[in-house]
Ligand binder design. Structure first.
Ligand code: VGL
Length: 199
């Protein structure tokens, strides 16, 4: 049933991995796992999307203007680059979010492609119905993207072995998982995804 399936890799950027400005402690671990997912989707000619946080230097998202976070993923800086070990297959569409200085831009459904289309529009144009989601951070951008996918009428599938969180408050990741499952997300791992794509 690969028809109608797509992969969304959320915010696997230098700043969200160890050594970056706002690291998920385990951020490096998901990179090779996501590379393997990307290979499997590309081998089936399924659409791939990679979102990135793409903030202006001054935004309400950052502490300096009253926001919750240290500066991270500022446009055209090294910290905003995708993790150097992330292998995005040719044809992967990059979608950018967080450009509005008045908005957090957690969800990939707030992101746009280079051609200006929203992610929702691009998925619709491709006939996508089921969206497999992995990346960083489970408790922020992954959560927001999965909840929005469900709201927009897609079937989200959370890739349990390819997500990791920040856990500012202990329990945030567990609560995020709970929220996503209650919103109707299904789950998959590398061990089960082929069966879902081909079954
Ligand atoms: C994110 C915290 C702040 C994320 C972005 O990508 O999950 N988390 N900004």
């Amino acid at each position: 049933m690969a028809d109608g399936d797509a992969l969304l890799i959320v915010d696997v950027q230098r700043d969200f991995t160890p050594g970056g400005a706002l690291p998920a402690p385990d951020g490096d671990r998901v990179v090779p796992v996501l590379n393997e997912y990307a290979k499997r989707f590309a081998a089936r000619h399924l659409p791939l999307f990679a979102s990135r946080d793409w903030h202006p230097p001054e935004t309400k998202h950052f502490e300096e203007l009253g926001g919750p976070w240290p500066p991270h993923c500022v446009q055209n800086t090294e910290g905003a680059e995708f993790h150097p070990d992330l292998d995005l297959p040719a044809g992967t569409e990059v979608v950018s979010k967080g450009m509005d200085p008045g908005d957090h831009g957690y969800s990939a459904f707030e992101a746009t492609l280079d051609d200006g289309r929203s992610l929702d529009r691009a998925l619709g144009d491709l006939g996508v119905r089921r969206l497999f989601v992995g990346g960083i951070a489970t408790d922020y951008c992954v959560r927001a993207s999965v909840l929005d996918a469900a709201k927009h009428g897609y079937q989200p599938v959370l890739l349990l072995d390819a997500v990791t969180g920040i856990d500012v408050e202990q329990g945030d990741v567990a609560r995020a998982l709970d929220d996503m499952l209650r919103a109707g997300a299904r789950t998959a791992t590398l061990a089960s995804v082929d069966g879902k794509l081909d079954g």
